[in-house]
Design a protein around this ligand. Structure first.
Ligand code: UDX
Length: 451
C-alpha cells in the first residue's frame, strides 16, 4: 500500500454528491478539505451552512466544521496537496444536444494534475461525477498525466466510483450505500480505494470491482432503468384510467410482490424530473446516437415522461371543461419532496401547458418557492400557505407529495374551494374518502374516471 492512510481527503465540486461525501468522511474522523472558486461559498460552508436544503445536512455540517474535520478553502491546490485522496464530484450538465458537458471534469483534472506536479507521494483520484463511458480513461487520465508529468497507475491512482444518492435522503444514502462500485484503472488503485471504503463504510456494504467504463455505465444504466420503471408505470396508469374499477396503486402492489419486479419506483404520477434522470437518460441517448446506435426504448422513456404533463392537463380538462380564466391551485413545485430543487421539475412542464390554456395559476410549495420564482416568474401567483393557494380555486392539482399535503382531508378543500375538484397527481389521498365529498380524479384511477 503506497498511499499513506492518514485519513486526509479533498473534494472538488460541492453539489449534493460532493458536500455529502465530504461530510461523510469528516463525520468518520477524516480531515477533509473542500474547495470552491467562490469566496461566498467558502465562507458559507466554513460557517456550517449548506448552500442548498437537504434534510440532516445542516446539523452534520455544523458539527464537522466545529470539530475542525471539514474546512473549505478557496482554490483547489491547497485542498489537493493537503490530502491523500481527491474526489471529483463536479457537475456534468447537459449541452443543447443532450450530450454531457465535461468542461468542469476537465478543469478539475487539470488542476489536480498541476497540484500533483508539486507532490512526491502517491495520490488517489476518485471520479464521482456522472460521466459517459470512457471519460475517466480517455479524458481524466491523460489530462492529469499531462499536467502532472506523472503516470497513472504508478505515481497516482485512478478509480471511477459512481454515487447513487437520492436528493431528499442524500445524507442517509451517503452513510448507508446499497453498494460501492469501484471502476479501477489498475488493480492497485482499486485495492487502495476498496481499503479506504472498508475503513469508512465497514465490511457489510457489497463492493463490486470492475473497470472504469463499466463503472461509468453502471451509473447510467441504473438511472435509465429507474426512469424506465417510472415511465412504464405511468403508461400503465394511463391505461388503467380507461377501465372503471382499476386502480394503478393496487396494480403496482400486485406487480411489486413479484421479486423479479420489486415494489420500488412503481409510484405512478405526474412524471419524473430532477438533476439526474433527465440529464442522464438524455446523455446516454446522445452517447448511443454518436456511436450510431438508436436507443429506441430510452427515447420512448423520455417521450412518455414529457407526455405525462399533457395527460395531467387533459384529465383536468375532462373535469372542468375549458381552463381559460379558471383558478388552478398547484400544490408542490419541487421535482420531489424534501428538496428545494426545481431542476426539470414536472410542475414547470404542467404549468407551461396550463398557461397556454389560459388558466390562472396559484402555487404553493413548502421549500421551493424561491427557486420556483426564478424559473416560473410571473406565470404563477405564489401563495404563502396551502389555504391561500386553494381558496376559491376551481381545481387543486397535487404535483409533489409533501407530507404537509398528505395531512389534508376532503373537508379542508370543500370549505375553501369554489369547486372542490382534486386532481391527485401523486396518489397521496384515499379515493374512497375523497370521492365521497369531492370531485376526485387521480393518475391511474379508473372508476368511471372519464368525463
Ligand atoms: C436519482 C436516483 O434515484 C439516484 O440513485 C441517483 O444518484 C440520482 O438520481 P433523485 O433524482 O434524487 O435520485 O430522485 P428519485 O427519488 O430517484 O426520483 C426521481 C424522480 O422520479 C422524481 O421526480 C420522482 O418524483 C420520480 N419518481 C420516483 C416517481 O415518479 N415515481 C417513483 O416511484 C419514484
Amino acid at each position: 500500500m503506497r498511499i499513506s492512510m492518514e485519513k486526509r481527503v479533498s473534494v472538488v465540486g460541492l453539489g449534493y454528491v460532493g458536500l455529502c461525501t465530504a461530510v461523510f468522511f469528516a463525520a468518520k474522523g477524516y480531515k477533509v478539505k473542500v474547495s470552491s472558486q467562490s469566496l461566498e461559498k467558502v465562507e458559507q460552508i466554513n460557517a456550517g451552512v449548506p448552500p442548498f436544503y437537504e434534510p440532516q445536512l445542516d446539523n452534520l455540517l455544523k458539527t464537522v466544521v466545529q470539530e475542525d474535520n471539514l474546512v473549505a478553502v478557496l482554490g483547489r491546490e491547497e485542498a489537493i496537496l493537503d490530502s491523500d485522496v481527491t474526489f471529483i464530484s463536479v457537475g456534468t450538465p447537459s449541452l443543447p444536444d443532450g450530450s454531457i458537458d465535461l468542461r468542469f471534469v476537465c478543469e478539475s483534472a487539470t488542476e489536480i494534475g498541476k497540484a500533483l506536479r508539486k507532490k512526491a507521494e502517491y495520490h488517489l483520484i476518485v471520479v464521482k461525477s456522472t460521466v459517459v463511458p470512457g471519460t475517466t480513461e480517455n479524458l481524466v487520465k491523460p489530462t492529469v498525466e499531462k499536467n502532472s508529468g506523472k503516470i497513472a497507475g504508478d505515481d497516482f491512482g485512478l478509480v471511477m466510483s459512481p454515487e447513487f444518492l437520492r436528493e431528499g435522503s442524500a445524507v442517509y444514502d451517503t452513510f448507508n450505500p446499497d453498494r460501492i462500485v469501484i471502476g479501477e484503472f489498475d488493480e492497485h488503485s482499486g485495492a487502495v480505494f476498496e481499503k479506504l471504503c472498508k475503513l469508512a463504510y465497514g465490511d457489510e456494504v457489497p463492493v463490486l470491482r470492475v473497470n472504469c467504463p463499466t463503472a461509468e455505465m453502471i451509473k447510467y444504466a441504473s438511472n435509465a432503468f429507474l426512469a424506465t420503471k417510472v415511465s412504464f408505470i405511468n403508461e400503465i396508469a394511463n391505461i388503467c384510467e380507461l377501465v372503471p374499477g382499476i386502480d394503478v396503486v393496487k396494480v403496482a402492489k400486485g406487480m411489486g410482490l413479484d421479486p423479479r419486479i420489486g415494489s420500488r419506483f412503481l409510484n405512478a404520477g405526474v412524471g419524473w424530473g430532477g438533476s439526474c434522470f433527465p440529464k442522464d437518460v438524455k446523455a446516454l441517448i446522445a452517447f448511443s446516437r454518436k456511436e450510431e446506435f438508436k436507443p429506441l426504448l430510452l427515447e420512448s422513456v423520455v417521450r412518455v415522461n414529457l407526455e405525462q404533463a399533457r395527460h395531467v392537463v387533459d384529465l383536468m380538462k375532462e373535469g372542468l371543461g375549458k381552463l381559460e380564466g379558471r383558478k388552478i391551485a398547484v400544490l408542490g413545485l419541487s421535482f420531489k419532496p424534501n428538496t428545494n430543487d426545481m431542476r426539470e421539475a414536472p410542475s414547470a412542464r404542467i404549468i407551461d401547458l396550463l398557461c397556454k390554456e389560459g388558466a390562472v395559476i396559484h402555487a404553493y410549495d413548502p421549500m421551493a418557492m424561491k427557486d420556483a420564482k426564478e424559473i416560473l416568474g410571473d406565470k404563477v401567483n405564489f401563495s404563502q400557505t396551502v389555504n391561500e393557494c386553494v381558496e376559491g380555486a376551481d381545481c387543486c392539482l397535487i404535483v409533489t407529495e409533501w407530507d404537509e399535503f398528505k395531512k389534508l382531508g376532503p373537508d379542508d378543500f370543500v370549505k375553501l374551494m369554489k369547486v372542490p375538484f382534486i386532481l391527485d397527481g401523486r396518489r397521496i389521498y384515499d379515493p374512497a374518502k375523497f370521492l365521497d365529498k369531492t370531485k376526485y380524479k387521480a393518475i391511474g384511477l379508473g372508476n368511471g374516471n372519464r368525463g
